[in-house]
Design a protein around this ligand. Structure first.
Ligand SMILES: [Zn+2]
Length: 326
């Protein structure tokens, strides 16, 4: 069984061994300081690709304010950073020597007023977006056997969709709250990219935020249901599957719509983050109808309904008991 690094590290994170996950990211990512306002002085790997906490663990233990930003430091006359940090406990001789070394190092470092801090991937000049895509690529390569969550591995949807759903069900997607908990984002960056003011977590992305809420409402209206949707991803799926009428085969086909809705919401969310594109919610339902139709056609022999037939009466196309063509 193959586990990607990302997956394994998130597993450690669940067991409270968060530093391991953090180390993995810190080893792959470096912080490039601009104005220093969004970079944690002690924790982020901004000096030679390392964190001060890692370089000077003894000093970190005695540091007065562990949440200071790099931008909180003063600037010396020659433009370099000037150490004005305070200590909770006075330093011993060896620590004082290290403090001098630290002062020397940061002296050659200058802030750039109008430049925002950002993450760099490895030693190359990658943006957060590319780091993110690399992480997503690892995620899609993951293969896990888990009988309980077997429903995610529907034969009727692309593998990447199953993988996403499987991860959503276990809260293992790079939502902002997860990125904060492993230290790739700072706590103040945890909010929903749509600007609604809530923390971005799995429930919020897929069920609570306005875009998701509209998407599900439209899907249910298309299918002629009025239903309150659960905001836990697994339970929402179970609830949705329960709306179906018919045997196992029909339920599996029906659930393709659920997968399509999840996929479209996730794609929209990523477009919003990486391209800042705005899409109207009505386009959402069209995409869900189109995708689910394509997946059904591609994976079920004899499913030869046209897109129009699918849109106007999905229940007939699914072989639903009592479904009528209007
Ligand atoms: Zn939101």
């Amino acid at each position: 069984m193959y586990h990607s690094l990302w997956w394994r590290d998130l597993k450690y994170l669940d067991k409270g061994e968060g530093d391991c996950a953090k180390d993995w990211f810190v080893n792959k990512l470096a912080r490039e300081v601009g104005n220093g306002k969004e970079t944690l002085l002690w924790v982020d790997p901004w000096l030679e690709g390392k964190s001060l906490k890692g370089l000077y663990p003894d000093l970190f233990r005695k540091a007065g304010n562990k949440n200071d930003k790099v931008g909180d430091l003063s600037t010396s006359q020659n433009g370099g950073l000037f150490w004005n940090g305070s200590w909770e406990v006075s330093l011993d001789t060896e620590e004082a020597r290290k403090e001098e070394e630290l002062k020397d190092k940061i002296q050659s470092f200058s802030l750039r007023d109008n430049v925002r801090d950002r993450w760099k991937w490895f030693k190359n000049d990658y943006s957060v977006k590319e780091a993110y895509c690399a992480i997503m690529k690892e995620i899609t390569n993951v293969r896990i056997e888990d009988r309980e969550l077997a429903a995610a591995w529907s034969k009727l949807v692309p593998l990447k969709v199953s993988t996403l759903v499987w991860r959503i069900w276990q809260n293992r997607i790079p939502s902002r709250d997860n990125l904060v908990s492993i230290g790739i984002l700072v706590a103040s960056q945890n909010s929903c990219p749509y600007g609604c003011g809530s923390e971005e977590n799995v429930s919020h992305i897929f069920f609570e935020c306005l875009l998701a809420w509209i998407a599900w409402s439209e899907v249910l209206r298309w299918l002629d249901f009025i239903s309150v949707s659960h905001n836990s991803a697994v339970q929402n799926f179970v609830q949705f599957a329960g709306l179906s009428s018919g045997g196992r085969v029909i339920i599996e086909r029906f659930c393709v719509i659920w997968f399509a809705c999840i996929w479209v919401i996730w794609k929209r969310r990523n477009e919003k983050i990486f391209r800042n594109s705005e899409n109207s919610s009505s386009v959402c339902l069209e995409d869900i109808e189109m995708l689910s139709w394509r997946w059904l056609r591609a994976n079920i022999k004899g499913f030869s309904y046209s897109l129009n037939q699918w849109i106007s009466n999905p229940k007939i196309c699914l072989g639903w008991r009592g479904g009528t063509m209007t």
